[in-house]
Design a binder for this molecule. Structure first.
Ligand code: BGC
Length: 505
């Protein structure tokens, strides 16, 4: 048994194809993140569904640049999806565990598809919100199952690279949505928003049909007693005939899993404390980087900073490209450099950029927010925002999904991932909902607020998050037992590798 080591096998085409298809679960999430900000800044959309917001904006006499767009109703539209995703991820946990990862992805795609159609055809706010709730359910299912699928199907040596395919698709979804918004905003007649919302059906179709073609993960098959099928798939995806060591490891993990009836109460046991704390805090911290302020409100933010309405969408496109490009960089580095260096480097980069943006906006508008835009300063603001997005996309963006999905043992993996999804959605919701009034009240200090959180999360990584690169997924307990702090929660017999070798001595 290769405790802490590698199993025989190489990266095969069947794994690469399976990972590409499963990653497209990230497309629906990304598309929605990218589309909402642009649509809610289209006048035709606002005047149809949120006339009060539209008139307020039109007749705004506020001299403060910070408070121009503060509307709870509008932000509720953007954020409602995240509440639906939060709740549905718990249901998804049961589907993922009992019926397999691919059926959760399928259900996610299908629900998202129906939501997209309803949104594209919406004639009133009710249809709009109903559509968004369905989109949210879809995102909850896809984000719960796709990262787990990827982490299980990938060989340990390439798990980081293949798992980040999910985040890459998130960023591509955001980017494509930004481009679509840019195009549809130009359509005469004011129906462009319908196209923006309705085209969400395309990524939904990709994951819905794609998931039907996917092989199930060996871990999930063994978990459901389909051992022969699991062995066959393992041979195929690893490209070797001798898959015995890895297969035995999965079976050992499954024996453990079967002994557990209630993953939800088990997750509270002290031996799972490290995973529980880390997988709850990582998504919270990911949102407290403030990334979605940029993702949702880039068009609004750029309008405030003084770019015109089109220029603001164009700037969102620029950040979109940087987001995709920097995610590719993290794909190249994650299994070589490891997770920790990326987390730490990204944290330092984000901190420096946020402090710079805060200072520049202070110079632009001061505390009163009454200043006029100094063109010379708008460019450096855009520059630092771009570097900030790059730093996030190399670190907390992909790792915020990768690390939680790879640290849970099989018996509580599905439940654990739904905690990650729900924490992520809760804080995405809270920040989405609070951002515009926070900007109005905290002014440029908002950027300092997020930079303070970046310091805290970077220290958390430094002291409490061990390196997980190249560790086989069913052997992760070793990582905790070797950690200066978490080892107090782990007894020797909690490590499957140890138990396995003892049994075979
Ligand atoms: C986050 C999203 C964010 C996106 C930006 C994801 O990892 O979960 O909230 O909008 O990255 O690329």
């Amino acid at each position: 048994m290769p405790a802490g080591g590698q199993y025989p096998g190489r990266i095969t085409w069947s794994v690469i194809i399976a990972c590409c298809v499963a990653s497209s679960g990230g497309l629906i999430f990304g598309y929605d993140i990218g589309i909402s900000g642009g649509v809610t800044s289209m006048d035709s959309f606002l005047s149809k569904f949120f006339p009060s917001v539209y008139h307020l904006e039109e007749n705004s006499t506020s001299s403060s640049q910070y408070c121009k767009f503060d509307s709870q109703l509008l932000t509720l539209f953007t954020s409602s999806l995240y509440l639906a995703a939060l709740v549905s991820s718990f249901v998804a946990a049961t589907v993922t565990r009992k019926y397999g990862r691919k059926w959760s992805m399928f259900l996610g795609g299908l629900t998202f598809l129906v939501g997209a159609v309803i949104n594209g055809l919406a004639v009133n706010v009710f249809m709009l919100i109903l559509g968004r709730v369905l989109l949210g359910i879809g995102v909850g299912f896809a984000n719960q199952s796709a990262p787990v699928y990827l982490s299980e199907i990938a060989p340990a040596m390439h798990r980081g690279t293949l798992n980040i395919g999910f985040q890459l698709m998130v960023t591509i979804g955001i980017f494509v949505a930004n481009l679509i918004n840019y195009g549809t905003a130009q359509i005469p007649g004011g129906w462009g928003w319908r196209l923006s919302l309705g085209l969400a059906a395309v990524p939904a179709l990709i994951i819905t049909i794609g998931s039907l073609l996917l092989p199930e993960t060996p871990n999930s098959l063994v978990e459901r007693g389909k051992n022969d099928q699991a062995k066959r798939i393992l041979v195929k995806i690893r490209g070797v005939t001798d898959v015995h060591p890895e297969y035995e490891e999965i079976v050992a993990a499954c024996d453990e899993a079967r002994a557990i009836d209630h993953p939800w109460s088990n997750i509270l046991k002290s031996k799972y404390r490290p995973q529980l704390i880390i997988s709850s805090l990582i998504p919270i911290f990911q949102q407290l980087t403030g990334i979605n302020v940029i993702m949702f409100y880039a068009p609004v933010l750029f309008k405030i900073i003084g770019f015109g309405s089109n220029a603001s969408l164009l700037s969102a496109v620029i950040t979109g490209i940087i987001n995709v490009g920097a995610t590719v960089v993290s794909i190249l580095l994650v299994d070589r450099a490891g997770r920790r260096p990326l987390f730490l480097g990204g944290g330092i980069g984000m901190f420096l950029c946020q402090v710079s943006v805060g200072a520049l906006i202070d110079i632009l508008f001061g505390v009163s927010g009454a200043g006029t835009v100094i063109k010379k300063l708008a460019a450096p603001v855009l520059f630092f925002i771009c570097i900030y997005v790059a730093a996030f996309a190399c670190s907390w963006g992909p790792l915020g999904w990768l690390v939680p999905s790879e640290i849970f043992p099989l018996e509580i993996r599905s439940a654990g991932q739904s905690i990650t999804v729900s924490m992520n959605m809760l804080f995405t919701f809270a920040i989405g909902q609070a951002f515009l009034s926070m900007l109005c009240h905290m002014k440029f200090g908002l950027f300092y607020f997020f930079s303070g959180w970046v310091i805290i999360m970077t220290l958390f990584i430094l002291f409490f998050v061990p390196e997980t690169k190249n560790v086989p997924i069913e052997e992760m307990m070793i990582v905790w037992s070797n950690h200066w702090f978490w080892n107090r929660y782990i007894a020797d017999e909690d490590i499957i590798g140890n138990r396995y070798s003892n049994n075979n001595m």
